[in-house]
Design a protein around this ligand. Structure first.
Ligand SMILES: [Zn+2]
Length: 367
């Protein structure tokens, strides 16, 4: 019975660790914890201790950069290999030691590969005067997708003046355009999604808002550039040259990336596309998944067997050029009021401080 409960949620001083442990631990009040002697805590096996360690110290220290991101702290079973233990605040240090011994693991500062924080050639070119060359490559490698007259999608409006008027669901008037990820002062866009939850996130909705949704259907088949696809790249292309990772990171980046996204959008308009399908910035928080996931320092997007899984993590959004409702390219089939009855946040915790970034990252160094 070596894999019996070694510690429990009551063993920890840190509030976040206690709560994370309670969430995954096993209910067993008949037994006292061998470590803290309480019988009230949720019990943890060695495997659960490792899971807890991943949730709190690895996922909990994921740092987002301008492009990309990685966990500052990692764990492994080779305690003896670790160069330097992680420096934590005093109370957390005790908890971490307990986790390391009960889970038979070690914590260390992760040495990321440079592509993980955006050192990807096509991504750097997109930020430079070589942008148009990469955008041409995007059109060569990404597929065209049709949205047919048999399909529909949603468009959300917050506080519209005349919610029952179909024109309210068209692209915004001239004075309000040019602020989104893909629209430009000269290029109005209608944003929508087949996923209503994503529409609610994308509109930064609050409980104060009066929310309305239009169900829109194309009047003709629409030709769209599909940037949610996981593209096949040439043999020998590494993460450092990957257009797939460049585009993936671009759409998971914040407002500083909009300028580049808008150039792709304008190019698609010039090439007579009706619009773009693109990955939602909220894909990961909506799915509850870990962004920028890697295995042994390699992106899961590059494992043949994990490609379908990697693709399923991304939630597609739609952006259609011009004013498709006014131009009768879309019909507003139905309008409803949307009520947010309950908001639930799924949370886990991480350390508030972990003493900086550890050693300077070394290229090609893996877990
Ligand atoms: Zn305990």
């Amino acid at each position: 019975m070596t894999d019996q409960f070694s510690i429990c949620s009551r063993c920890f001083k840190d509030e976040g660790l206690q709560l994370d442990a309670e969430r995954i631990g096993i209910n067993n009040n008949n037994k006292k914890c061998v470590n803290c002697l309480s019988n009230k805590g949720k019990k943890l096996t060695k495997e659960l201790v490792r899971k807890l360690c991943y949730i709190f110290f690895v996922r909990g220290t994921i740092e987002k950069f301008d492009y990309g991101g990685f966990p500052i702290i990692q764990m492994n079973e080779h305690k003896s290999n670790r160069k330097k233990s992680v420096e934590l605040s005093e109370h957390l240090e005790k908890d971490a030691k307990l986790i390391e011994s009960a889970g038979e693991i070690g914590l260390f500062y992760y040495a990321p590969r440079f592509w993980m924080f955006g050192e990807i050639e096509p991504l750097k070119d997109l930020q430079s005067d070589k942008r148009s060359k990469i955008i041409e490559k995007v059109f060569d490698l990404y597929p065209t997708k049709q949205i047919t007259t048999g399909e529909s999608f949603y468009r959300l409006r917050l506080n519209p003046e005349n919610p029952e008027d179909p024109n309210e669901y068209d692209s915004p008037p001239d004075e309000f355009i040019g602020n989104g990820r893909l629209d430009d002062e000269n290029l109005p866009l209608l944003y929508g999604s087949q996923d209503l939850q994503i529409c609610i996130h994308e509109c930064r909705t609050t409980v104060e808002d009066n929310i309305y949704v239009g169900k829109l259907r194309p009047e003709k088949n629409l030709k769209l550039l599909d940037l949610t696809e996981l593209i096949e790249e040439e043999e020998g292309v590494t993460e450092f040259d990957s257009l797939d990772l460049a585009i993936h990171f671009l759409f998971l980046a914040g407002k500083h990336s909009y300028k580049i996204c808008r150039e792709i959008s304008k190019a698609a308009f010039k090439k007579n596309y009706d619009g773009i399908i693109y990955p939602s910035y909220f894909s990961f928080v909506s799915n509850g998944l870990v962004p920028f996931e890697t295995i042994y320092g390699i992106s899961i997007r590059r494992y043949e067997k994990l490609k379908e899984y990697a693709k399923s993590q991304v939630i597609p959004n739609l952006a259609l050029f011009g004013r498709p409702i006014k131009n009768k390219i879309l019909t507003v089939e139905c309008i409803n009021k949307v009520l947010i009855n309950q908001v639930y946040y799924d949370t886990t915790f991480g350390p508030a401080a972990h003493n900086g970034f550890g050693p300077i990252p070394e290229e090609n160094e893996m877990l």
